[in-house]
Write a protein that binds this ligand. Structure first.
Ligand SMILES: [Zn+2]
Length: 411
């Protein structure tokens, strides 16, 4: 499907404001690092960037030598709750893409995002397609999610997708999960049903993203024509035929390494909470999420090394990687965990500019959000100012000094 299947449109921040000039900072334009220069914001939008700019009369100048300006970060895999969008924005995440939620909650939070400059913007899959009793039905039993409709077979695909479109879903999530890596066996969608869902979604201009945690399911999803994978797998090293299938299908991949680390029993949340550059900004729910262990069953087959090597090989093969956290799954938190994901993407072999592109221009392009992810003049000034140079040290993205959403200062 072409790039016209877009998550764009929708929320316009009505509080957009702000004229200012940032001077002396390095600029990361969504693709590459530029030398120190100037960035002018007028009426909440990027107006110009250049080596030198003279501020228009009355426009305040921010001397930002020694700092770096990034486009607002995009987390391509989250699950929201009230307060999540504010937590995200404090950590420089100006857009969150939710991958399974109650549509009434999404409607409420999108309304909030349109009027609160202290909240990140939001797109959502709404209710994902899963088999009766399939993942995440356990979250209904635990009271985390209200009951939701499921898909018993290919014949239900059309009506399921039509209902999601009517609810305002921006993309379709499909769930291939039999509990192999969690140790909790559950029914899953068949390849035929996934194919029917993909057909129905593409016919309505929706992208399709698949939850997978095993290589077999990843292969099945790609074979059924999905546009993206919402996780990578932990059960096996990448097989050549997986890498070939991703290339052949031009599939984007949201590895969610920080969440996979927790699923593999090596959660990184506590270390993140102890980071002096992130810890002080945490609210109680973020801290609780970071300090939570993923319930890993002894029978689970889960090795983070498999996902790390898969990311490196996908990148070297030129495939599209998008940064996502799966916040608020155990061991993660909205906003701050994206900085851990950036760190892990670099550890997996991405150059720092490629890792940052995975959290800015790449998700904007892959998910059809043309008004963000770069410093393109005319786009809303979603910006993050960090102390230091993330090109040489990706953990510098944690040293946030200011965040703007649509030119409005959020921190
Ligand atoms: Zn998820």
């Amino acid at each position: 499907m072409d790039g016209s299947a877009a998550l764009g449109g929708g929320v316009e921040v009505t509080v957009a404001s702000g004229d200012f000039l940032i001077r002396g900072a390095r600029l990361f334009d969504g693709h590459r690092f530029l030398p120190p220069g100037c960035l002018l914001v007028r009426q909440g939008r990027v107006a110009a960037l250049a080596d030198r700019l003279t501020p228009p009369a009355g426009v305040p100048v921010l001397d930002a030598r020694g700092s770096t300006v990034l486009p607002g970060l995009i987390d391509a895999h989250v699950h929201v709750f009230p307060g999540a969008l504010q937590a995200a924005l404090r950590a420089g995440v100006t857009t969150e893409v939710d991958m399974f939620a109650d549509p009434r909650l999404i409607g409420f939070l999108r309304q909030q995002a349109s009027s609160d400059p202290g909240a990140a913007d939001l797109r959502s899959a709404g209710i994902g397609a899963t088999a009766p009793g399939g993942h995440p039905t356990r979250l209904v039993e635990l009271g985390v999610l209200p009951p939701f409709p499921t898909v018993a077979g290919p014949e239900e695909a059309e009506s399921f997708v039509a209902a999601r479109v009517a609810e305002g879903s921006h993309l379709l999530k499909v769930v291939l999960e039999d509990g192999t890596t969690t140790g909790h066996p559950c029914p899953t969608l068949t390849a035929d049903t996934v194919r029917a869902l993909v057909h129905a979604a593409h016919a309505r201009g929706l992208l399709v993203v698949a939850h997978v945690l095993t290589q077999a399911h990843a292969l099945a999803a790609v074979g059924a024509g999905v546009d993206g994978l919402a996780h990578l797998f932990l059960d096996e090293p990448p097989a050549p035929r997986f890498l070939e299938a991703v290339a052949h299908g031009d599939v984007f991949v949201i590895p969610t390494l920080t969440s996979l680390a927790a699923r593999a029993g090596h959660g990184r949340g506590r270390a993140l909470a102890a980071d002096p550059h992130l810890g002080p900004s945490l609210d109680p729910r973020q801290r609780a999420g970071l300090e939570q262990d993923f319930p890993v069953a002894p029978s689970a087959r889960a090795d983070l090394g498999h996902a790390m090597s898969t990311v490196g090989r996908l990148h070297r093969a030129g495939q599209r990687i998008l940064a996502g956290t799966d916040a608020s799954s155990p061991g993660t938190a909205h906003g701050v965990s994206l900085h851990d994901e950036l760190h892990l993407l670099v550890a997996a072999g991405l150059p720092t500019a490629a890792a940052l592109a995975a959290a800015t221009s790449a998700p904007a392009a892959a998910l059809g959000l043309p008004d963000r992810g770069t410093l393109t003049p005319g786009t809303p000034a979603d910006l993050v100012l960090v102390d230091g140079d993330p090109e040489s040290d990706i953990t510098r993205t944690r040293r946030i000094t200011q965040v703007w959403r649509a030119g409005h200062r959020a921190t």
